[in-house]
Design a protein around this ligand. Structure first.
Ligand SMILES: Nc1ncnc2c1ncn2[C@@H]1O[C@H](COP(=O)(O)OP(=O)(O)OP(=O)(O)O)[C@@H](O)[C@H]1O
Length: 565
């Protein structure tokens, strides 16, 4: 320590000497010099010599060691302090891309404490919900008819919020981090709970998940793969009842029962060492209900649907394998139009198609060449697809549905059991289907049920069933057309929603449906076109029956024209 005093003395004496010299110069009348006069060389050299003397060096060393020790101690104390504090807290982070983030955001948005917070974010994001789980109080009554999107309070990302949950103090932070140079942001929700054990976090998570799923009970979640090969939630669709899809007798039951049985048989598969996977190949005519039945089954079994678009640009074997292995344990994986995944036929034995004819070589007056297949956009190979379906990385528990209109174009390896366990053909409409579609179209069972339940609750208000209340259908003007010309109003074609169909008695509908089915030839038109036809007669069931013969004739003609072309 004495060294420090000596150094200080040396420095002081050097400077005081300098100052004396400076004063003396000014006093002698020579005025201040422009250049600052340096301290004398002997003083500096003695100072430097002193600073680097052995005694000084040991003192320096001691100073460094002591400083280091004090700093280490300070850091240690702080670490200890944070560890002690952290031991009272449980911190959970929820990444924006994960479903749990949506659960928590919906859970938070429903906390009444947001009503009193002074700084909040307002959001119209539904977090994957179709329902009114995310709303600002009072919105339901005032704006629900007008607002397509519900609004909610969310914690502002700039502040830390706190609330009490089951007598535990919780702080909430929304952390936004810049992820790319293009300014894209990633958000993490961080929840800290003042608790010693995880039980309160478990409770909170289960509550959030339960509430979320309850709000979502009436919808099916749709996920698609994005360009980064990760799954992104894109929509929640209302569940479609199985009875609304009219297939040949037994087909719906076969598909649903088999899938349900599969989901309950995990241990059976494990005991026999068989991969716990199931594949269904739905093939046949376009517009025959393949996609519709899959979405219905998803609703029936409460499964999310993950759509793999095989023709997506940039999708290669590795990306597909990554996507499939990233599927959740129980879900539906849907590959639509599996035959269109490749530019070439999905048959390994078939040679590739010949190159398109040279345009200049074509005779000028010759017929135009047949349209060539569109350019391949995905870099997927058949073996890549086969590996993704049942390779080592393939996800257990998933149900695969593949649809195609060209069954014979598929490679046998793709269709073999283990990859596609059940193949179901979807044919063009039968008379049975036509009859049931007609009945369903003009006798909406759900509306009848809703009306009944409202009546039993004593609600006298007439509900809008989409049907006129004419009791006697025979009184209806059957020649009513959907095209109307008002004196001053617009001219339009189609059926406006305000126009209602006559309310028919079940017996009348059955008789009409029978006549309608007689007019529809067996397996000639698709269910989708039948549905389209009935839509044009939405309010005119009698006319729909009367015009059915002509419609079938015109359908045949246009099909023949298409085939000739
Ligand atoms: N069997 C059916 N019962 C009720 N509606 C049907 C049926 N088949 C088709 N539809 C209706 O036709 C439309 C198209 O059906 P969907 O997309 O399910 O057919 P698809 O067989 O998947 O056609 P594609 O092979 O062209 O994809 C839907 O609006 C659906 O309501």
């Amino acid at each position: 320590m004495t060294t420090y005093f000596m150094i200080a003395q040396q420095v002081m004496s050097a400077f005081s000497l300098n100052a004396n010299e400076h004063n003396a110069t000014e006093a002698s009348g020579q005025g201040p010099s422009n250049s600052t006069s340096p301290p004398s060389i002997t003083d500096f050299s003695s100072l430097v010599a002193f600073l680097f003397s052995f005694r000084a060096l040991t003192d320096w060393l001691m100073l460094i060691v002591m400083g280091g020790a004090v700093e280490s101690l300070r850091r240690l104390l702080f670490q200890l302090y944070f560890k002690i504090i952290a031991s009272f807290w449980i911190t959970a982070s929820f990444n924006q891309d994960d479903s749990s983030y949506d659960w928590m955001m919906v859970w938070l948005s429903k906390k009444s404490s947001w009503n009193t917070v002074r700084q909040v974010d307002i959001s119209t994001r539904s977090f994957g919900l179709n329902s009114n789980a995310v709303i600002v109080p009072g919105e339901e009554e005032d704006l629900s008819m007008l607002a397509g999107r519900k609004i909610a309070y969310l914690p502002s990302p700039t502040l830390t919020f706190s609330l009490w949950y089951h007598r535990h103090y919780i702080t909430i932070n929304r952390i936004q981090t810049q992820t790319g140079w293009r300014g894209s942001q990633e958000e993490t929700l961080q929840i800290r709970i003042l608790a010693r054990t995880h039980s309160v976090l478990n409770e909170l998570l289960l509550e959030a998940k339960r509430e979320y799923l309850a709000a979502q009970d009436q919808s099916v979640n749709i996920y698609v793969s994005d360009s980064n090969n990760s799954w992104r939630h894109v929509a929640s669709r209302p569940k479609r009842s199985l009875s609304s899809i009219i297939l040949d007798p037994g087909v719906s039951e076969l598909l649903v029962d088999d899938a349900r049985d599969f989901l309950e048989s995990k241990s059976w598969y494990a005991a026999r060492g068989i991969p716990f996977r199931r594949g269904y190949l739905l093939y046949g005519a376009p517009g025959s209900g393949k996609t519709s039945i899959i979405s219905s089954i998803a609703g029936e079994l409460s499964l999310d649907v993950y759509i793999v678009s095989l023709s997506r640009s940039g999708l290669d074997d590795a990306a597909l394998s990554e996507l499939i292995s990233d599927l959740p344990e129980k879900c539906i994986c849907l590959m639509e139009d599996i035959d269109c995944a490749f530019s070439q036929s999905l048959n390994r034995e078939e040679p590739p198609p010949p190159p398109p004819p040279n345009v200049s070589a074509r005779p000028d007056d010759g017929p135009p060449p047949p349209p060539t297949a569109s350019k391949p956009t995905s870099r997927l190979s058949l073996s890549g697809l086969l590996n993704a379906l049942d390779g080592v990385a393939a996800q257990e528990g998933r149900i695969l549905y593949a649809t195609t209109n060209k069954y014979t174009a598929l490679d046998p390896a793709l269709c073999r059991p283990g990859r596609m366990d059940i193949h179901v053909e979807f044919k063009l409409a039968s008379k049975y289907q036509a009859r049931r579609l007609f009945t369903q179209f003009y006798l909406p069972i759900d509306d009848v049920k809703t009306k009944k339940s409202l009546e039993t609750k004593g609600v006298s208000k007439e509900i809008d069933s989409g049907y006129t209340s004419a009791e006697d259908a025979d009184d209806i003007d059957l020649n009513l057309t959907t095209s109307r010309r008002f004196v001053d109003g617009p001219t339009y074609f189609g059926t406006t929603h305000g126009q209602h169909a006559p309310k028919l008695r079940p017996k009348q509908i059955a008789a009409l449906a029978e006549r309608f089915a007689e007019a529809i030839p067996e397996r000639e038109v698709s269910m989708a076109s039948l549905q389209g036809y009935l839509m044009t007669y939405k309010i005119r069931p009698f006319e729909a029956v009367r015009a059915a013969h002509d419609w079938v004739k015109s359908e045949r003609e246009s099909r023949a024209k298409r085939e000739r072309a």
